[in-house]
Ligand binder design. Structure first.
Ligand SMILES: [Ca+2]
Length: 192
């Protein structure tokens, strides 16, 4: 005898909403690739280099320099972008130390601001690994989660100066990224 009990056996099929997901991560940064200039970034000592670059973008990169050798980080700031709190963001960039200069590291970090535009905090500083202080392009990656009250953020790339000495510290940056999902490169070895 066959008994069908639809009420007892019915399992609702989950409704899958298939978003036409682009595999391209959305980059929130203005002018992340420096292919024609360094517009959209702010620093006292920022230059555009036409014939060098790292990562997936084309030739053209930014160079940050400093002769203020106090052990600090001289950095360039992105334009402010709106963010949501309590959500992990990913940031990355390709960096190259000028080993003819005094530079000790290259740094990537983010700041965040409240609805009045007031500075609230700074993320971890992410840098090159010691074996990447070799004058070649390497990727620097990091994450940041913004606390309640934050509404905007800026991304910064910089160069670490020595605590003493006379001369310039220089680092080049290219192919910057800031967004909700990590940027996945089809080829992570485009630096040479
Ligand atoms: Ca570039």
């Amino acid at each position: 005898m066959k008994i069908f009990s639809l009420t007892g056996a019915w399992l609702p099929i989950p409704v899958l909403i298939l978003v036409s997901a682009s595999l391209q991560a959305q980059n929130l940064i203005v002018n992340p690739d420096f292919d024609t200039d360094v517009s959209g970034w702010f620093a006292e000592t920022l230059s555009w280099i036409a014939d060098d670059g790292g990562g997936p973008s084309g030739p053209g990169c930014a160079e940050i320099s400093s002769d203020l050798n106090n052990g600090g980080v001289r950095h360039a700031s992105s334009t402010r972008v709106p963010i949501v709190v309590n959500t992990e963001y990913f940031m990355s960039g390709w960096a190259k130390l000028d080993i003819e200069s005094l530079a000790e590291d290259a740094n990537l970090f983010a700041d965040w601001y409240d609805s009045n535009g007031q500075y609230m905090g700074t993320s971890t500083f992410y840098g090159l690994k010691p074996d990447e202080w070799d004058g070649q392009w390497h990727e620097v990656t990091g994450t940041v989660t913004f606390p309640p009250g934050a509404v905007e953020a800026t991304v910064h790339f910089g160069v670490t100066t020595p605590s003493e000495g006379v001369g310039e510290s220089r680092a080049r940056w290219d192919s910057m990224y800031f967004g909700l999902t990590p940027l996945i490169f089809s080829d992570g070895f485009e630096d040479d």
